[in-house]
Design a protein around this ligand. Structure first.
Ligand code: EZ4
Ligand code: CO
Length: 402
């Protein structure tokens, strides 16, 4: 079999998605997610203008060789744009391999290691009361794990609270929205949120919180310590982990489990955190870190150090990425938890998915490949809409991590 064509489809059914399609002379098509929120067209150009020509004529079965050809052959390695582009090619090739062999992708990754993939939902509210009520809604739907974010006294715009929409969607059209962040009210407020959540929801449900890279190591250590009585399943991105050694300080002061990695792109961003056991869950995204080929390496490496997977799975990645994550999480032994935000309804008109939610879990379908089909004609009805993620500033105007 030979690759005859490769192109990207950029569409906006409720939000922007970039999908790579790889076509073969056997008439089979594979799809990969190439969405990088707020920088979508950079990845589309990387693929259409630089990578597509290199794929034509190749045997799509040679995933490992094509992967290293794109990683080492570009000379300029790593970074979100490059690794998202490589990830899209990789996932599309696994999809093709599954279709060619008429088996679901998880079978190619070692086979089923569990019945289903336990997921966590996103509860948020403008106040602690609203957020805890939203969390109760998830428990009532059967979720066993819920992430909770809320507005707090003195901090009305924390990360993760939607602006009046049903689905949490941080990117907005036009210029980036500006949010204000101050550590004082945040560090005082979050323990109150979880005190209330435990009082209302009890102890059976797993609770999580995302600090979104906003804290210093010492602030993160303080937060982890003050959340210990409420037994979180994880505290996510307590610090910006570019300086990985900063996690040593956090780790020395708290036993609240730590999850990091949604902005990482390669195993080289993770290896100190994993080998020193500075984190408990690695959250690196299939789509943004070189696809299944590379993330399987990360998972196997992490297993040696008792670190479990907790893949990033926001709505700003397409159903193609969610399906790829589910095949991965179904097959790796050291699975932890999967993030699940429901996509806007229009997305279902463009992406026909085989996975389904039941009993707090997402289940992969037994369709060959990933089990997701892109409807290109329908995609054309939802043209690209430029949009940006918000930025955060301190009260005095200093730019801060969002
Ligand atoms: O803010 O994917 O845990 N989930 C997150 C996400 C990120 C978005 C950025 O595009 O932190 O909601
Ligand atoms: Co996050």
């Amino acid at each position: 079999m030979r690759i005859t064509n490769a192109w990207t489809v950029v569409c906006s059914p409720g939000r922007n998605f970039v999908t790579l399609v790889i076509e073969t002379d056997a008439g089979l098509r594979g799809v990969g997610d190439a969405t990088l929120n707020g920088r979508e067209l950079a990845v589309a150009s990387y693929l259409d203008d630089h990578v597509a020509a290199l794929l034509i004529g190749r045997d799509p079965a040679d995933i490992e060789d094509i992967w290293h050809g794109l990683y080492k052959g570009a000379y300029w390695r790593r970074g979100p744009v490059t690794m998202t582009a490589i990830g899209a090619v990789d996932v599309a090739l696994w999809d093709l391999k599954g279709k060619a062999l008429e088996t679901p992708v998880y079978n190619l990754l070692g086979g089923r290691a569990r019945r289903g993939v336990t997921v966590y939902g996103h509860a948020n509210g403008a106040t602690i009361d609203e957020a805890v009520e939203a969390a109760r809604g998830y428990v009532d739907m059967g979720y066993r794990a819920v992430r909770i974010q809320s507005g707090l006294p003195g901090l009305e715009q924390p990360y993760g609270v939607g602006r009046g929409e049903l689905y949490y969607e941080p990117a907005e059209r036009g210029h980036p929205v500006e949010e204000v962040f101050e550590p004082g009210p945040y560090l005082r407020g979050v323990p109150r949120l979880f005190e209330r959540a435990r009082a209302e929801l009890g102890w059976e449900v797993d609770l999580l919180h995302d600090a979104h890279h906003r804290l210093t190591p010492l602030e993160a250590a303080q937060l982890g310590k003050s959340l210990e009585p409420y037994r979180l399943l994880w505290l996510e991105d307590p610090v910006a982990a570019e300086a990985q050694e900063s996690l040593r300080l956090v780790r020395n002061h708290t036993v609240t489990p730590i999850a990091i990695g949604e902005v990482f792109n390669t195993i080289f961003d993770t290896h100190q955190l994993i080998a020193e056991q500075l984190i408990d869950y690695i959250r690196t995204t299939v789509a943004h870190s070189g696809g299944l080929t590379h993330l399987v390496r990360v998972a196997h490496f992490a297993e040696v150090f008792h670190v479990r997977t907790g893949c990033h799975g926001p709505t700003d990645l397409s159903p193609v990425n969610l399906a790829a994550s589910l095949h991965f999480q179904t097959a790796v032994h050291n699975f932890g938890l999967q993030e699940y935000m429901r996509h806007p309804d229009e997305a279902a008109e463009v992406f026909d998915v085989g996975y389904w939610f039941d009993d707090g879990m997402l289940h992969v379908s037994d369709r060959p490949g990933l089990g997701v089909e892109l409807n290109e004609e329908r995609a054309a009805d939802f043209p690209y809409q430029p949009a940006y993620l918000p930025v955060a500033r301190r009260r005095d105007g200093t730019v801060h991590s969002w």
